[in-house]
Design a protein around this ligand. Structure first.
Ligand code: NAD
Length: 478
């Protein structure tokens, strides 16, 4: 379904994110017929160039980062015609009059702040001062949204001076992933799961976001944040919210975000012995974390694992084990809901221990799998075996269904449609920092180093012990 005509300004339009994600995502929506020929995209950044040069920049970016073969080359020319560029300084006067002149009356206006958070306030202020943005304009802001509660509050305040909360779209691209949205459909579109979705039937939940790569060239940025700030406070906590929240009364922004906020507020403080922080060592040719950042004595963590507890009726007693890290065995992200053992085994001790596990796989191979126990085929008596109950979307819905749109495609179109459901509200972000801050503060107080782990491993052994001491184990990272 085509969206209404829009003017989208990408502040930071020459940056890495615009190149790798935003421009390719827009092109795909153009190819799909969702972005009409009446839409305009304006790149705006400090770099001096004209619109023709920007179109070349976008052509190269899309050629490099868009792997959708169905988008024909002639579509690309059409798409590029709708692009223009303005050289602009977020902190000065350059370019702002030109921007005002470029905006049309009528179409939806969206401003994508694809710049560091240090510029959010400046952009908001100038959009207002030059009378470019109005009460219906939308702004999109990227992570990191602050580095602690105080800085997040300051950012929220800076934006709130000129924009109402209903105009602010805080991106967490994990929420744009097809499977993450499917998690809500599975939970709230079926009667099958929700009656079991509580401490009585769920033994525990595991959330893993494992990366195989190290910090690479982003060491300068990463060393100032670490896994807790860069991943846990936003992406993993958002996943936790969607798994744990109560059914909202409606699938609308206020209802969904109210329920997510309640989860964050119900999180209990984490005990020091329930958090493990690690840092990868060099292995063979691969440099260790400390060799990839400036400060050779850095204590920044490239891995964190913790046990979270939610203090409410639904989840009291069910732990949520959450881990994320770099340079791990594989690039693999999943949520596993591990159900309790059947209350009584009629098949005797020989039948072994079997459990239902619902796995929501985010990468690679996005999909959902339900592990069920069945009889092993054959005449060998009643032997049990665990098999996945197949929910292959491709088979059920046709081959195109496996071709998921990228998270950014979905989210940018949601901005144009004015749907904030999959974006973080200001109070959610602040509540998440309020939970994370004491964990980071405690690390700083003890002045201890993170535990080293080998590149290509599953993280520090202490992270394994975090579950072992509860008689549980992590699923394999593969
Ligand atoms: P980048 O450094 O590659 O690009 C920054 C852009 O901002 C450039 O276009 C630059 O010209 C522009 N800019 C800088 N100062 C300016 C000023 N004073 N006035 C006008 N323009 C100015 O950064 P990036 O990697 O594209 O990241 C942009 C934002 O997105 C950051 O907040 C980052 O944390 C976030 N983000 C990036 C990624 C990613 O993969 N690159 C992922 C998630 C979030």
């Amino acid at each position: 379904i085509p969206v209404d005509p829009f003017d989208l300004v990408i502040f930071g339009g020459t940056g890495d994110l615009a190149r790798r994600k935003i421009l390719p995502a827009l092109f795909r929506r153009f190819c799909a017929g969702q972005m009409g020929t009446d839409a305009r995209v304006v790149g705006a950044a400090r770099t001096e160039m004209d619109s023709a040069a920007y179109r070349e920049f976008a052509r190269e970016a899309i050629t490099e980062f868009d792997d959708n073969e169905e988008c024909a080359a002639e579509s690309l020319d059409g798409f590029l015609e709708q692009l223009s560029y303005i050289t602009l300084d977020a902190r000065g006067d350059t370019g702002w009059q030109a921007m005002k002149a470029a905006m049309r009356d009528g179409p939806i206006q969206a401003f994508y702040f694809s710049v560091g958070p240090g510029l959010f306030g400046d952009l908001a202020e100038r959009l207002h001062a030059y009378e470019i943005a109005g009460p219906d304009s939308r702004i999109v802001v990227e992570k990191p949204f602050g580095r602690d509660l105080a800085s997040a509050q300051a950012l929220n305040k800076g934006l709130a001076k000129h924009f109402d909360e209903s105009q602010i779209y805080r991106i967490d691209h994990y929420l744009g992933k097809e499977t993450v949205q499917n998690l809500m459909a599975i939970r709230f579109g079926n009667t099958l799961f929700e009656p079991l979705w509580n401490a009585q039937y769920v033994d525990h939940i595991q959330i893993t976001v494992a990366e195989s790569v190290g910090v690479g060239t982003r060491g300068g940025y990463y060393d100032k944040s670490g896994a807790m700030r860069d991943m846990m406070q936003n992406h993993l906590m958002q996943l936790l919210c969607l798994i744990a929240m109560e059914p909202p009364a409606k699938f609308d922004p206020a209802a969904v975000r109210d329920e997510k906020l309640k989860v964050i507020r119900a999180l209990e403080p984490v005990d020091a012995e329930d958090v493990v922080r690690g840092q990868y060592e060099g292995t063979g040719e691969l440099p260790g974390y400390r060799n990839q950042v400036e400060n050779r004595d850095t204590r920044t963590e490239s891995f964190v694992a913790l046990k979270a507890r939610i203090g409410n009726w639904r989840w009291a007693g069910t732990p949520f084990y959450i881990r994320t890290g770099k340079r791990l065995r594989a690039r693999a992200s999943e949520i596993a809901v591990v159900f309790k053992d059947a209350p009584h085994s009629i098949f005797g001790a020989d039948a072994g221990r079997h459990r239902n596990i619902l796995t929501i796989r985010l990468q690679p191979n996005e999909g959902i799998e339900l592990g069920v126990t069945i009889k092993e085929p054959g005449p060998g008596g009643m032997r049990l075996v665990d098999v996945p109950l197949d929910m292959s979307f491709a088979e059920a819905l046709g081959p195109d269904s496996a071709d998921f749109p990228d998270a950014y495609e979905r989210l940018i179109m949601d901005v144009v449609r004015g749907d904030q459901t999959l974006f973080m509200r200001g109070d959610e972000v602040e509540a998440a920092w309020a939970w994370v801050d004491p964990i980071i503060d405690a690390w700083q107080e003890v002045e201890s180093d993170p535990i080293l782990y080998a590149s290509g491993s599953s993280g520090p052994d202490d992270a394994l012990r975090l579950m072992h001491k509860d008689g549980r184990r992590w699923r394999e990272i593969k």
